[in-house]
Design a protein around this ligand. Structure first.
Ligand SMILES: [Zn+2]
Length: 177
């Protein structure tokens, strides 16, 4: 996606947020953001947290979010789905993905997991910017407090601390600051 902030990538597009529950039984869900499909089983749409699709003009994108999930989960899902839309706008990314799907012998499930992982990673980077996290960590070294501050799960926060080299593992802080 390059280094442009997501807001710049999305400027000019109309984004509509909708309730996932309202349409669960009425449409064929076209996207695959689902944690329960790792064994290749056809997942129940009732486990979905969200999905996205553009209208025909590609000027409006619908982001469906499971509104019965907690508020923080919904925020994470919205950003995650928006990153998928950004991925779809990145021609180089799409071409590379098509090449992997058509030419590689990688299992399709693995390719899907990589896409999901990249969207999750981008979402965590967006919600917990590294420099900001470094400053906040100096104020409070409590992962639970920081998770609450950023509105993410403690696990997501701990992974981010590790990725940024602030802690080398959740239970063994490396005070590199
Ligand atoms: Zn996804």
């Amino acid at each position: 996606m390059g280094t442009k902030p997501m807001e710049h990538v999305l400027s000019g597009f109309e984004i509509k947020y909708c309730s996932l529950e309202e349409i669960l039984d009425s449409v064929l869900i076209p996207h695959f953001c689902n944690p329960f499909d790792s064994e290749g089983k056809d997942p129940s749409p009732h486990y979905l947290e969200g999905f996205w699709f553009p209208d025909e003009s590609m000027k409006r994108v619908y982001i469906f979010v499971k509104t019965s999930s907690n508020a923080n989960r919904q925020i994470f899902t919205k950003i995650h789905e928006l990153f998928h839309f950004c991925q779809s706008l990145d021609i180089a990314f799409v071409k590379l993905l098509e090449k992997i799907i058509t030419e590689s012998t990688l299992p399709s499930d693995l390719v899907r997991r990589l896409i999901e992982r990249s969207a999750n990673k981008a979402t965590a980077m967006y919600l917990i910017p590294e420099e900001h996290l470094r400053k906040k960590y100096k104020e409070t070294r409590d992962a639970r407090d920081l998770a609450k501050f950023y509105g993410v799960s403690q696990k997501t926060l701990e992974i981010r601390l590790e990725e940024c080299g602030i802690m080398n593992s959740p239970h063994n802080p490396l005070d590199t600051l």
